[in-house]
Design a binder for this molecule. Structure first.
Ligand SMILES: [Zn+2]
Length: 95
């Protein structure tokens, strides 16, 4: 057990005073138990929910078409948007 004297001055919350009658001690066993429980539950949720969901989404979602190539002007070699009619850099009209 680790003794922290500062925690003696902090009163427990009034509604949970009965179960949290703290003496300022940290119980390493309870802390390790909570950490192991957290890791086990997190692993179970990840392998039981997250991985199958990702697999199903990847399997049943249609493949996205590749983006069309962006046009570039031969004068300034700048990429321009598809809907543009004139270059923003050199003001050349785009065919
Ligand atoms: Zn240009």
């Amino acid at each position: 057990m680790i003794h922290i004297p500062v925690l003696h001055q902090v009163p427990p919350p009034p509604n949970r005073a009965g179960e949290l009658r703290s003496s300022g001690d940290i119980h390493i066993g309870k802390l390790l138990n909570a950490l192991i429980n957290f890791a086990l539950v997190a692993g179970a949720i990840y392998f039981a929910i997250v991985l199958p969901t990702q697999y199903m989404l990847k399997r049943f979602s249609p493949p996205t078409p590749p983006a069309p190539p962006r046009p570039s002007l031969p004068e300034c070699l700048s990429d321009i948007p598809l809907a543009a009619r004139r270059c923003a850099h050199c003001a050349q009209p785009v065919a």
